[in-house]
Design a protein around this ligand. Structure first.
Ligand code: NAD
Length: 474
């Protein structure tokens, strides 16, 4: 499609969606559950095709696809199916004496037409989970999957074509040009997942129409281990969550702050954990069927440059460092003797490189975190409960996990999202439903004489007394 016909097509579909959104305002919980159920069943019955598309795009191991792409979608759908009726129902609020004679409730109306822009790193999950929220809230949606994972994008396109009329949900494949044409349009809500840099572009475009936004962004999510941590347990959990998807996870541990006195012991445990996960027979991680690849050459080169820059500035490669350009393979790489002056400590790494930064006392580690942009997640490892509470109280992050990493992403009752630079708004389950809904305050007044009419002019002596009483007692 050239720019002209692309624009024409987008405007045509969006116009039809806006018309349909008016009908969706009165859609019932049963209808919305029906659509989500069909989506759920499609995913369950097409597991093999989803795995193959994911493997074709960036050699994502089949089991990883089951865990990190199919499971989150299936569980989000099931949770929504179970809870939607309750989420949609009006919530009565109590009536203070000054509102005598009235009744009030909160009504969750669909925002209307929505746009979902998805990234490449979990290309299925991060396009379909927001769609479940949009459909649950009664919105229409246009989805723009990532151009970097073309097989998965095309699969999402054909899945949606099978399951929905295009005036309800439509997929537009493409890159920058497609995004730009979409962002010129007036959507009632834009749900964007991607980098903070593009998040700012999306928010600027949204401001032209005052569309509301959910921005699910990234950042450098720190891990703080303390002297009271079980180092072996911490190393095992950090390694498994860092290197899944080859480190290309928004909530992956980005770097570790370790007390200097236990750093070497911790690093030894990390090395063992990596061997156990991917190199049990000692033939090399590159032969492991459970380890993925970097999505493209640009990211492959960027990551290798980070390692070269750190090594050049005095970092030590404690494990890893190997890469195979033809395969876009980068070995799980641990860097020690890392300082804030290295490029690896500037932006989100988004790859299988784990810098370890030493600290002497915990307050200094917290200062280090608070001097950075607020992260999407913060992980703390300690057996001391009050130490964990102090860490969570003295830092700000979108989410936090004690003695593990990443798991909060999968908890159906927790809000998921960032704060400021790592995101605006929350997703998943009820929080996702709320992002696509307008909680409308509705007040119902009685007919005839009302308490409010006592406050109308002319302000005679009796009314002054009523108003004086109101100010004094309420
Ligand atoms: P990205 O920001 O480059 O791209 C995301 C989407 O935006 C893609 O669909 C892309 O086509 C589109 N896009 C790119 N440039 C654009 C522009 N100038 N204008 C409009 N649209 C544009 O992100 P990515 O590389 O696909 O994903 C990695 C980033 O996403 C990381 O920062 C990661 O932390 C973040 N992320 C966040 C979450 C979360 O849930 N918070 C989840 C996954 C990834």
């Amino acid at each position: 499609m050239n720019d002209g016909s692309l624009k024409y097509r987008v405007e045509k579909v969006l116009k039809a969606q806006k018309q349909h959104a008016l009908h969706l305002r009165t859609s019932t919980a049963a209808e919305r559950i029906g659509w989500i159920k069909k989506l759920h069943d499609w995913v369950q019955s097409h597991r093999e095709v989803i795995r193959e598309a994911m493997h074709a795009d960036y050699r994502k191991p089949f089991t990883e696809t089951d865990i990190s792409e199919i499971y989150p979608v299936v569980s989000e759908a099931k949770h929504t199916i179970q809870k939607l009726k309750r989420w949609m129902s009006n919530k009565r609020v109590s009536t203070p004496a000054t509102f005598l004679g009235t009744k009030a409730h909160v009504q969750y109306e669909p925002k209307g037409s929505s746009l979902i822009i998805a990234p490449w790193n979990y290309p299925f999950n991060l396009a379909v989970c927001p769609l479940i929220s949009a459909v649950s809230a009664g919105c229409t949606a246009i989805i723009k999957p990532s151009e970097m994972t073309p097989r998965v994008s095309s699969l999402i396109h054909s899945m949606i074509g099978e399951l929905f009329d295009e005036n309800h949900v439509w997929v537009l494949e493409g890159g920058l040009e497609a995004s730009q044409v979409l962002l010129e349009q007036l959507f009632d809500h834009i749900f964007f997942t991607g980098s903070p840099a593009v998040g700012k572009i999306v928010m600027r475009s949204a401001s032209n129409h005052l569309s509301s936004v959910t921005l699910e962004l990234g950042g450098k999510s720190p891990v703080i281990i303390t002297k009271n941590a079980d180092l072996k347990d911490a190393a095992r959990k950090i390694a498994s969550t860092k290197f899944i998807n080859c480190g290309q996870t928004c909530v992956a541990p980005d770097f570790v702050l370790s007390p200097r006195s236990v750093r070497d012991e911790f690093v030894n445990h990390l090395k063992e954990a990596i061997t156990t996960l991917y190199d049990r027979d000692g033939t090399g991680v590159e032969l492991s069927p459970d380890y993925g690849r970097i999505v493209n050459e640009r990211h492959f080169n960027r990551l290798n440059e980070l390692v070269a820059d750190a090594s050049g500035k005095g970092a030590v490669i404690a494990r890893g460092g190997k890469n195979i350009p033809d395969e876009k393979f980068i070995e799980p790489t641990i860097l020690t003797h890392v300082s804030a002056a290295m490029a690896v400590m500037e932006d989100e790494i988004f790859g299988p490189i784990l810098p370890i930064v030493d600290y002497e006392d915990l307050d200094k580690a917290l200062d280090f975190v608070n001097d950075m942009q607020k992260p999407l997640a913060l992980y703390a490892f300690s057996k001391n409960a009050s130490e964990l509470n102090t860490i969570f109280q003295k830092t700000s992050s979108g989410g936090a996990v004690a003695n593990d990493c990443v798991l909060h992403f999968l908890h159906p009752e927790l809000p998921f999202g960032g704060v400021n630079n790592s995101g605006i708004g929350k997703s998943h389950g009820h929080y996702g439903f709320l992002e696509f809904s307008n909680p409308k305050g509705v007040l119902k007044q009685r007919v005839g004489l009302t308490a409010a009419s006592l406050l109308l002019p002319p302000y005679n002596k009796v009314k002054r007394m009523v108003i004086d009483g109101l100010l004094k007692y309420f």
